[in-house]
Design a protein around this ligand. Structure first.
Ligand SMILES: [Zn+2]
Length: 234
């Protein structure tokens, strides 16, 4: 066994890495994606260093006790404040890609949602979003390195997103591991809104601070920035 953050031997997560995850910034960085209609995105921090390695360790091996370390006190504070204003708040994890679930057999996002629930007021976690059974062609395409087949596969998959098992007109906090372009989160928010639910906020344990090229064609509009306050960018 070695530290998931720095590979120091004989410990799952050393105190130095734990401190780094807990206090990289005074407040969680708050990004607002225009594609999410101004829904606040609460991120634990930038996807780099120890945070990146710990996220990787959870996704690769499902080391459950590490998820608590990624959920900072600042994030819990934000979630508790939201829960006070929205008494029926529900945590909904973003479903894994077909390939991710095929390789791992578990939902890393559900582990993160459970950690958020445990550390906060005990908000319910419901797997209300599902991608259904993957087509075998999609599974194979998942292993392809061609960006075109990857884009086509992603589009097909996320268009099949199903909403089920949520109470009518739910107030949802979407939970994802890493926000890159926000395209996945946008697809989830869209599907929830179509079914009459509202998305109150998005919580991610990390975000990629640079603007990356989106696999979707409207990438030019998907701008987000690190802000200390909630600001709608138009
Ligand atoms: Zn360490």
């Amino acid at each position: 066994m070695s530290c998931a953050g720095c590979f120091r031997p004989d410990i799952a997560l050393c105190s130095r890495c734990l401190a780094r995850l807990e206090a990289p910034i005074a407040r969680p960085s708050i990004a607002v994606a225009t594609a999410l209609w101004g829904v606040p995105v609460i991120s634990g921090g930038a996807y780099r260093g120890a945070r990146r390695r710990v996220v990787g360790a959870i996704k690769d091996t499902g080391v459950r006790h590490l998820t608590g370390a990624l959920v900072s006190h600042a994030m819990i504070g934000e979630l508790d404040a939201l829960a006070r204003n929205h008494p029926r708040l529900i945590l909904v994890p973003v479903p894994p890609s077909a390939r991710g679930f095929f390789l791992r057999g578990f939902w890393p996002t559900a582990l993160i949602a459970t950690a958020l629930s445990r550390e906060s007021a005990g908000l319910p976690v419901l797997r209300g979003l599902s991608l259904g059974r993957p087509a075998i062609g999609d599974l194979l395409a998942g292993f392809s390195r061609s960006p075109r087949s990857r884009t086509a596969r992603l589009r097909r998959r996320w268009a099949q997103l199903k909403v089920r098992g949520l109470p009518a007109q739910s107030q949802v906090v979407l939970v994802d591991d890493v926000m890159v372009t926000g395209a996945t989160l946008e697809a989830c928010a869209r599907a929830l809104k179509r079914q009459g639910h509202s998305v109150i906020a998005v919580f991610v344990v990390a975000h990629v601070p640079q603007l990356h090229k989106s696999p979707f064609p409207r990438s030019g509009r998907q701008v987000y920035s690190e802000r200390a306050t909630l600001t709608r960018r138009t």
